[in-house]
Design a protein around this ligand. Structure first.
Ligand code: SAH
Length: 212
């Protein structure tokens, strides 16, 4: 299969909705087929979510692009991602920001993501096994936070790790359907924008959902 052609065609499709050229350029560089299960590689450039094992999924490219665009990255940021999964989103962030800290709850996924990110030469990404507190407080504050699993509400532990003026994107809603929120942290009040409906796997932990 011609992955480069499939990737170019996906980017053409995304460009009808995504205006940030840097986001589109990065998607047209990163080999998404390496982040999906070998038997699903032929679907790597369909605009749909795909299973990555252990009941988790890599998000649909359009949602990934929308969330990335909403973070308004200039290249200087320290970014936190919750839910490393395959590592694909972390690779995108690594190309658009200075430093990426990504945390994953499931050790097997953290390990395989770390391996692929290292093999592709990303030296500005740290993959951590998630601890008790959501996120990674040790290196806060972050200028941008991306949450790639759904929460019942915006977790205060995560908001506390966002810098003033920083942006967070997070799916908020029920376990099965959510709205994508963009939160801009203010000195006193936060700005919240609803970017539309979405469907993510559950964020597990304190301030989120219990394991099944
Ligand atoms: N961003 C990923 C997709 C993530 S799927 C990618 O690009 O492939 C959501 C991930 O969030 C799952 O791997 C799940 O294990 C993880 N997750 C769920 N709750 C978590 C928590 N509290 N901390 C860190 N990761 C969590």
């Amino acid at each position: 299969m011609d992955f480069a052609a499939a990737r170019a065609s996906l980017v053409g499709h995304l460009s009808t909705e995504i205006k940030d050229k840097r986001v589109l350029a990065v998607i047209s560089r990163i080999p998404r087929e390496l982040f999906v299960l070998p038997e699903l590689q032929h679907l790597a450039y369909e605009d749909e979510p795909l299973p990555i094992g252990l009941d988790q999924t890599i998000s649909q490219p359009l949602i990934i692009a929308l969330m990335t665009e909403a973070l308004e990255l200039s290249g200087e940021e320290k970014v936190l991602e919750i839910g490393t999964g395959s590592g694909y989103q972390a690779a995108i962030l690594a190309e658009l920001a200075r430093q990426v800290i990504t945390v994953e709850r499931l050790p097997a996924l953290a390990k395989s993501a770390q391996k692929i990110l290292a093999s592709l030469g990303y030296t500005n990404v740290e993959v951590h096994q998630a601890g008790e507190t959501l996120g990674w407080p040790a290196q806060a504050p972050y200028q941008a936070i991306m949450v790639t699993a759904a929460a019942p509400e915006v977790p205060t532990d995560l908001l506390a790790q966002l810098a003033i003026g920083g942006r967070m994107v997070i799916p908020v809603g029920s376990r099965y359907v959510q709205d994508l929120y963009k939160i801009t942290r203010g000195k006193k009040k936060n700005k919240i924008k609803n970017l539309g409906g979405c469907r993510f796997v559950a964020l597990i932990g304190k301030d989120a959902w219990e394991e099944d």
